[in-house]
Structure formats: C-alpha cells, structure tokens
Design a protein around this ligand. Structure first.
Ligand code: HMG
Ligand code: MG
Length: 334
C-alpha cells in the first residue's frame, strides 16, 4: 500500500556541501547528482540561489540547473530536482537560466508571474519536476542571521514568488528552520512552527520541510511538535521532517515521526552537511542510516542501499571528510 512507502529527499548536494570551505568543483557536484540519481531516489536537492557573498559554495547553482536540464542524469524513475530560493533576486537568477533553456519567456504584461510566462516546452522524461524551495525560520534571531530579514518580511518576500512559481508550473516547498531549537534563542514554542506552517500552506506552498537545524530535537520534543502541527489541522502528507544528527537523536526522532504518520524525510548521503548560520550544528541524518532503519521497519524507500553507500563513501573521500553513515560504513566493510 502507499502507507508503507517512505520518501527520502536527498539534500546532500546542497545542505551537505554548502558549508564546505574548500570550493568543490562543479564536475564533482554533477557526478554526485548523477550517482545519486541512479540509486532509486526520486527527489534530490541540488542547488541554492542564495547570495554568493553569504554562501560561496552554492555560487554555481545556475550551472547545475542548466546541466541537469540539458543533460538529465540517468535514473530508474523521473526525478524532482530542488533548488533553494531566498528572495526575488534568487528567483530572478533561477528564472533567467530557466528561460535561457526555453521553459519560460520574458513577458512585459505578466507582473504577477515575475515577468515570465510558461512555454510549451516539456521537461525531459527523466525529470519529474523542478522545484523551488523557500526557507524561513521559527525564530526572529535565526531568520535575521540566515536571511537578513524578519519572519514576516520573509513571508512578504515569498508570497509573489509562490504565486509566480506555481503559475509557471514549479512546485514549491518551504523550509521552517530551527523548528526544534535555535542556536540563538534556545527552545522554540511548537505553536510558532504550526502558525508559520499554516501561513506557508495558505500561501500555496505544496510541502513544508520542518527542520531541526541544530539537532536539538529529541523524541519527546519531536512528538510534541507533531502533535501541535496535527492539532492545528496540518496533514502529515503536507510535511517532511528534516533532522540533523548533532546530538545523535536524528534516527529516534525519525522513528517517532514515522509512528506519527510522517512519510517524507530529508537526509544527506554520508551524513554530510551543516548550516553556515547555525554554529556547531553538524550534518544531516545520513540517508543510508535512514534507509536502513526504514526498510527494517517494513517501509519501502525504493533506494538501493548498497549503491547509496558507495556514493556516500566516494563523496566523503572527495571532500576529505569522514563518512558519517554508520550503516553505509558497515555495509561496505562486509
Ligand atoms: P542581503 O545582503 O540582505 O541582500 O542578503 P540585499 O537584498 O540587501 O542585496 C545585497 C546584494 O546582494 C545586492 O547586490 C543584491 O543584488 C545581492 P549589489 O547590489 O550589492 O551588487 N543579492 C543576491 N545575489 C545573488 N543571489 C541572491 C541575492 N539576493 C541579493 N539571491 C540574502 C539577503 C537572503 C540574499 C542573504 O541573506 C542570503 O543569501 N542568505 C542565505 C544564507 C544561506 O545560504 N543559508 C543556508 C541555507 S538555509 C539552511 O541551510 C537551512 C536548511 O537546510 C534547513 C535547516 O536545516 O534548517 C534549509
Ligand atoms: Mg539543513
């Protein structure tokens, strides 16, 4: 049944790499994306149209968008490719590449769709969708540090982007960072997260990624947050959970979420990652560990764990980091 299907949203190529100090060559990023696409994953986050002054590692996201659309990675299923967009300027940069490739055109009488109209050109069959991922946060301090604006300003920025993206056929996801603890403000009231989630869904976001940026979440606070979201009328199919493993709680938090009805989880191969604006936070939950646990529980992820483990080992080596996936390392040592 669809009930036992769990979707892994692979964020290694973006969240996983954005914090690396050494510039990672475009070819390495593309190789990573191509290898991930072959493992059975269906959703891969691959770039971020943020300011290169703020997050230099993501500066070549236009090239990644172009490469993926012109030379779609081979994959067993069509893949959704996701790109972070923080503001109108980032969306303009995204659209200018998208229009160069012929999917949209500039049009002067289309103010409500960011000055573009959709063309008839269809995406290559290997691509399911190209998605826009907005991001805000549950606390004012984090929103300021991460995007230099207040929470309400971030929502004002998003509204026209959501309208335009949807009119242009681009699904929209929205992150709520620091949902289970803030590096600047400490514990976060679950109500703040549910209000923000409702706001974003009402605006037209298709999915909310509820993110434990700092890894401060525990099974208890995760359960309380999910209970609050449910009580506020938020449906579990509309959310994904995004855990970081700073305190080693990512898998237990994912287990609690699964029991609560969550079926979508963000994760990064080899446990790569960290947010440059969340000091001390370590990587995402490792995709290999999450797949291993989910499959052991009878959930189907459709991911080839052996192949994914090899990708994790390869990329760790490429970026000069220890492979943080316990399951990945154990499987490769067999
Ligand atoms: P700002 O400095 O306030 O921007 O940054 P501004 O509007 O004042 O503009 C200043 C200059 O930047 C201008 O250029 C703009 O054109 C340019 P100038 O006129 O001086 O030459 N600019 C841009 N350039 C390229 N792309 C853009 C862009 N916007 C303005 N999009 C801004 C505001 C939002 C851009 C900045 O704060 C930013 O880029 N923040 C992103 C930081 C980031 O990358 N964080 C990590 C991603 S979020 C995350 O990791 C959490 C997540 O994984 C979930 C979780 O775990 O919690 C999603
Ligand atoms: Mg993250």
């Amino acid at each position: 049944s669809s009930d036992d299907h769990v979707e892994i949203i692979e964020v290694g190529a973006r969240d996983g790499l954005q914090n690396e100090k050494q510039a990672i060559p475009l070819e390495t990023k593309i190789k990573l994306i191509e290898r991930l696409a072959q493992t059975g994953l269906k959703t891969i986050e691959v770039g971020s149209f943020v300011s290169p002054k703020w997050t230099p590692q993501m500066a070549n996201s236009s090239e990644i968008l172009q490469h993926v659309l012109e030379t779609p990675p081979q994959s067993p299923h069509p893949i959704s490719y996701q790109f972070l967009v923080p503001n109108q300027r980032g969306f303009d940069n995204f659209l200018s590449t998208y229009s160069r490739l012929g999917y949209v055109s500039k049009s002067s009488n289309s103010e409500e769709t960011a000055g573009y109209v959709a063309n008839d050109k269809r995406l290559p069959s290997a691509i399911g969708t190209v998605d826009v991922s907005l991001f805000t946060a549950a606390t004012e301090s984090f929103t300021q540090k991460n995007t230099n604006c207040s929470i309400s300003e971030s929502l004002d920025r998003f509204r026209p982007i959501v309208t335009a993206a949807k009119a242009l056929g681009l699904p929209v996801r929205a992150y709520i960072s620091v949902a289970l603890g803030c590096p600047y403000e400490g514990p976060v009231a679950p109500q703040n997260v549910s209000e923000l989630a409702i706001n974003l869904l009402e605006m037209g976001a298709d999915e909310i990624s509820v993110a434990d940026t700092t890894g401060m979440g525990t099974p208890t606070t995760t359960r309380t947050l999910l209970k609050t979201l449910k009580a506020a009328g938020i449906e579990m199919p509309d959310i994904a959970l995004h855990f970081h493993d700073t305190y080693g709680q990512a898998l237990p938090n994912a287990l609690v979420s699964l029991e609560y009805g969550v079926r979508k989880f963000d994760a990064a191969v080899a446990g790569l990652g960290g947010c440059p604006y969340s000091p001390g936070a370590t990587g995402n939950v490792s995709s290999e560990d999450l797949v291993y646990m989910m499959e052991s529980l009878g959930a189907r992820t459709g991911v080839d764990l052996g192949a994914l483990s090899e990708v994790g080992d390869w990329i760790s080596h490429e970026v000069g980091r220890r492979n943080e996936s316990r399951a990945g390392k154990a499987l490769l040592a067999k």
